[in-house]
Write a protein that binds this ligand. Structure first.
Ligand SMILES: Cc1ncc(COP(=O)(O)O)c(C=O)c1O
Length: 462
């Protein structure tokens, strides 16, 4: 399968090996396995040079994923590159660190009995969402079967702002997606609309802590309260899964009073991305259930672990162990106070930068970065001679990657820019970005008509 839009571009079938003296005329095939070996230095140079055109990760305000870790974490990860997470028998200490991380998260999210923590690491929030969704579906099937009712038409209720992983879940596991559209200034799910879509075939409601579109928190407690009321009125009992891909690593530190986690009895499971605000390089997510009952036994497989049986629940079998070691390193290294400082700094940068951008004149804030350290801005209605897509393009000329995109159903008219502030993005970098934006505006304000629209935008995929 090769469907990348750029794959169709006419390119030579040969790759030049020119960067090294004496190899000026040497080429290797681009799309075929070369017939013979290359020296490691030459092979390294070719791959290294090819990657020069990738963007600079530190200037990428599109991604939520970690782009900076400490050198000690780099070293630890390099030491663990060869460890396979599934080989619990060969690497019992890596398995132990995974288990400690699950306990730490379970406690951080107020599970009723964190000593019985139930959960696992995954490749990211997408895999975690699949596992969370599967547990919801299986529990619903069991309840329905026990009641002698049909299990033909499961549905899952969520806002249209959910990340694409939920669309994948619904598609791969034959679950109807019931989407609450955006409405006016409401850009995410609310309690009233969520409950309207629930019925006896609803396996759960997904509430997102930290919407991918604008960084806003969905009102998890209100959604749970409305579902409590639904149960009282109709007997229909719908559990909630919190997609905390980003927010489950922000709210515990910066909004400790906010009840969005297992303090709410209706919350059955929570996923997060260790590789987002968990501050680990790409390749690790987490899912935790409130207790063992929330994860049906028959979804669990058993692997041999030091002569014992160890439960696993995962889509892949082999998976890198390095990210799990790095997650545990961060937990030790930062502790509660350290995570609070790092996330607090990101939120400071986001709120200060959003205020500066609001003062530039043509922009209006959709969010200000005071929930996730992420904010979205749109252009004022009076601005007709340039678009957010023009702004995104102009910033790219200086190396900044600031995605522009249109909102989904019912607000397709709304086009926005989104900035994700992560560890490694300092006040200083933010000032430079705002300065470049100011300079770009001087040019854009003089142009007669827009030059870019949604069809030429790169958008965001996170
Ligand atoms: C709310 C939300 N859920 C799920 C995901 C998917 O996460 P991952 O990239 O870890 O698979 C994202 C990614 O941005 C997200 O923002």
């Amino acid at each position: 399968m090769l469907k990348h839009p750029r794959a169709a571009r006419p390119v030579s079938e040969q790759v030049a090996v020119a960067p090294r003296y004496g190899l000026e005329n040497l080429t290797i095939p681009r799309h075929e396995l070369p017939a013979d070996e290359l020296s490691p230095d030459v092979a390294y140079q070719i791959v290294h040079d090819e990657l020069m055109l990738d963007g600079n990760a530190r200037l990428n305000t599109a991604t939520f994923v970690t782009t900076w870790m400490e050198p000690q974490a780099d070293r630890l990860m390099a030491e663990c590159f060869d460890k396979n997470m599934i080989d619990k028998d060969e690497y019992p200490q890596t398995a132990e660190l995974e288990s400690r991380c699950v306990h730490i998260l379970s406690r951080l999210w107020h599970a009723p009995d964190p000593r019985q923590a139930t959960g696992c690491s995954t490749t990211g929030s997408s895999e975690a969402a699949m596992l969370g969704g599967l547990a919801l579906k299986r529990r619903w099937q069991k309840r329905r079967t026990a009641a002698g009712a049909s299990t033909d038409r499961p549905n899952l209720v969520m806002g249209i702002n959910v990340q694409v992983c939920w669309e994948k879940f619904a598609n791969y596991w034959d679950v109807e997606m019931r989407l609450v559209p955006m409405d006016g200034d409401r850009y995410h799910l609310n309690a009233e609309e969520a409950v309207k879509l629930c019925d006896e075939n609803t396996i759960g409601v997904v509430a997102v802590l930290g919407s991918t579109f604008d960084g806003s928190y969905e009102p998890v407690a209100e959604i749970c309260a409305a579902l409590d009321d639904l149960q009282q009125r109709t007997g229909v009992d719908v559990p909630v899964h919190v997609d905390g891909a980003s927010g489950a690593f922000i709210a515990p530190f910066l909004d400790p009073e906010l009840e969005w986690d297992f303090r709410l009895p209706r919350v059955a499971s929570i996923n997060t991305s260790g590789h987002k605000y968990g501050l680990v390089y790409p390749g690790v997510g987490w899912i935790v259930w409130r207790d063992a009952q929330a994860l049906p036994e028959d979804l669990i497989f058993w692997v041999n672990y030091l002569g014992d049986d160890m439960p696993t629940f995962a889509l892949n079998f082999s998976r890198p162990g390095a990210q799990v070691a790095a997650q545990y390193y961060n937990f030790l290294r930062l502790g509660f106070a350290g995570y609070t400082r790092v996330q607090g700094y990101a939120r400071d940068v986001a709120t200060r930068m959003s205020a500066q951008i609001a003062e530039l004149g043509p922009f209006e804030l959709i969010t200000r970065g005071d929930e996730l350290p992420v904010f979205a801005v749109k252009l004022r209605e009076q601005v007709t001679n340039f678009t957010v897509f023009d702004v995104s393009q102009a910033l790219r000329e200086r190396g900044w990657q600031v995605p522009a995109y249109t909102f989904p159903k019912n607000r397709e008219d709304l086009a926005a820019l989104r900035i994700v502030v992560r560890r490694g993005f300092t006040h200083d970098l933010a000032d430079m970005l705002v300065e470049d934006l100011r300079r770009a505006l001087q040019r854009l304000e003089k142009q007669p008509v827009p030059t870019h629209d949604a069809s030429t935008a790169s958008g965001f995929h996170h």
